[in-house]
Design a protein around this ligand. Structure first.
Ligand code: VG1
Ligand code: CO
Length: 552
């Protein structure tokens, strides 16, 4: 098999978003579309890692995906391209499967150039739905902004890619195979990850809890990648009864559902967690296994609160028993974790949305835990957010504290106050309308400071800009923030993960210290802020919508 160079035209739309390149499957099926992006990754990755020699020879690549439609085809394309580009070895998950956190784990365990993860995460899958490709660097974390920009620049001038003309390689069995001079090592997707979880958490204690008659757990894998991980860890290793994991078989189209862990997309889980016979603990993960939703019996834990609870209780978990050095949250995430950091006298960093911004802080040892309001939580054990890790963290806390999820939150709020929080999404808005709305909003923001909006006095209004404390890189226009006297806040952003039109996200929060007001409905507590946000941004005027279509 002789490697061949294929001449091609560059595509102009391969700019990675918040988390990799996400497009419709039909787009990725266009001849050369996937190939040009993968070659761009290889070229940029080689430049970034080679210290002047710019070579891929001798390098290892990690490869896997969430199993969605087109995963199998893309894996074969990338294997052949890797061989033709001179990689010495590709480590690939059996059947092409690796959850995002497991991929990060495998990259960190094996010295490598990095890894390619095939996923559009929480976006739907199937022939008419979404596909995605992202590159993680040698530290196991999503490519930094500098690297994604370099990949994009490569794609704009891509005129040739390398590949092999050969039959597909069978990756259904574990073992090491040859593709020309390149080794293809097919690994079990769960083993390394499960071992790591066993080192971090008190499996004996968690197992005791899960085997107790008085405790019941439901884990919704949403027909996505965490199924095999949850079966292996929760049921087989920890002894939760079989049937604990629901929708545990990964399907290429996720059963036609959104693999997005929020109440709107997990009706069966919600039913099992409601009413008098509700289970004690419920959780769900997303398409690629990096998100988590946490529920107690008749109780929903907001992701921002979840991060704060993990930080406050970290020393109960063996992997964090020495304490945590610092925490970080994405800007739109609530201030709940800031309060814990202040109490622990550790730093709290505020980053733009997207896990790539946590990488430098984690690598530099400035933080131990980090998270986002979008159901993402993680720590220095990896460089990705990690769904099952968060579930195990919670189970470890429950096993030690012997309290219910609701009791833990109520106790937490009594100590720190409650940060009422909600996010409203307006999906698939026309791109032009969304842009016009933002232009108008940015203009208005300039004159908002010191003005009164309803009962709220504006303290500061700006477009969030972030200077990375480790490498000094600057990221601008990361979300419009309206900060009010007393700590209430409205944030507006446009999503960078959608594949259709634009998605407007608006985030609301308000702190409440009075314990008699800790059991209210966030939509009611925040209703004045919600009204102000709608009027200020003239949402109905620009989008024609009077209501968001997803509320979390
Ligand atoms: C969303 C979330 C963001 C998250 C990103 C990737 O991005 O808001 O917090 O990091 O998805 O998550 P955006 O730009 O659409 O708001 V995942 O699990 O979809 O890789
Ligand atoms: Co995800």
């Amino acid at each position: 098999m002789i490697p061949s160079s294929v001449n091609c035209q560059p595509f102009k739309d391969q700019k990675p978003g918040t988390s990799g390149l996400r497009k419709k499957v039909t787009q990725f099926q266009i001849p050369d579309y996937l190939e040009t992006f993968v070659q761009s990754i290889f070229n940029a990755g080689a430049d970034a890692s080679a210290q002047g020699t710019s070579r891929l020879e001798g390098k290892t690549l990690v490869l896997g995906g969430d199993g969605r439609f087109h995963n199998d085809k893309a894996i074969q394309t990338i294997l052949k391209m890797a061989a033709a580009n001179g990689f010495a070895k590709v480590i690939v998950g059996q059947q092409g499967l690796l959850s995002t956190p497991a991929a990060s784990c495998v990259i960190r365990k094996n010295p490598s150039l990095g890894g390619i993860i095939l996923s559009a995460s929480h976006n739907p899958g199937g022939p008419n739905a979404d596909f995605g490709v992202k590159f993680n660097a040698a530290n196991g974390g999503p490519a930094t902004e500098a690297l994604t920009e370099a990949i994009y620049q490569q794609s704009l001038r891509m005129d040739q890619y390398q590949t092999l003309e050969c039959a597909d390689i069978d990756i259904s069995q574990l073992g090491t195979y040859q593709l020309n001079a390149m080794a293809v090592e097919v690994i079990d997707p769960v083993t390394d990850y499960a071992e790591m979880m066993e080192q971090l958490f008190d499996f004996e204690r968690i197992s005791h809890l899960l085997r107790a008659d008085s405790f019941s757990l439901v884990f919704d894998a949403m027909n996505a990648i965490t199924g095999p991980y949850a079966h292996a860890i929760l049921e087989q290793r920890l002894g939760a009864p079989s049937g604990t994991v629901i929708r545990g078989q990964p399907l290429p189209d996720f059963g036609g559902e959104h693999p997005d862990p929020n109440l709107a997309h997990a009706p069966e889980l919600q039913r099992l967690m409601s009413g008098e016979r509700a289970a004690n603990f419920g959780a769900a993960s997303d398409g690629d296994g990096d998100r988590n939703m946490i529920l107690g019996a008749n109780f929903y834990v907001s992701p921002s609160d979840s991060l704060a609870v993990l930080a406050a209780n970290a020393t109960l978990v063996p992997g964090y028993s020495e304490g945590i050095t610092g925490v970080a949250r994405s800007m739109p995430t609530s201030h709940a974790v800031d309060r814990v950091a202040q109490h622990l006298a550790i730093p709290c960093f505020e980053t733009p949305t997207g896990w790539k911004f946590f990488g430098n802080l984690l690598d530099a040892g400035k933080i131990t835990l980090c998270g986002e309001e979008s159901f993402g939580t993680g720590s220095n054990h990896l460089r990705e957010k990690d769904g099952l890790w968060a579930v195990l963290f919670w189970l470890n806390i429950l096993a030690v504290k012997k309290l219910s999820v609701a009791e833990i939150l109520q106790q937490h709020w009594r100590q720190f106050g409650r940060d009422y929080y909600t996010r409203h999404d307006y999906e698939a808005v026309a791109t032009d309308s969304a842009q016009a709305l933002f232009e108008n909003l940015r203009e208005k923001t300039k004159h908002l400071a010191k003005t009164q909006l309803g009962q709220y006095q504006v303290m500061q209004a700006d477009d969030f800009s972030y200077t990375d404390p480790v490498d000094g890189s600057i990221s601008q226009q990361q979300g419009v923030r309206i900060l009010f006297q007393g700590g209430a806040r409205i944030v507006y952003r446009l999503s960078g993960t959608g594949t259709e039109g634009a998605t407007l996200r608006i985030y609301f929060e308000q702190h409440e210290t009075d314990p008699t007001k800790h059991s209210l409905d966030p939509q009611i507590v925040l209703s004045n802020l919600i009204r102000i946000a709608g009027e200020l941004a003239e949402i109905e005027h620009f989008t024609g919508r009077s209501q968001p279509n997803v509320v979390t």
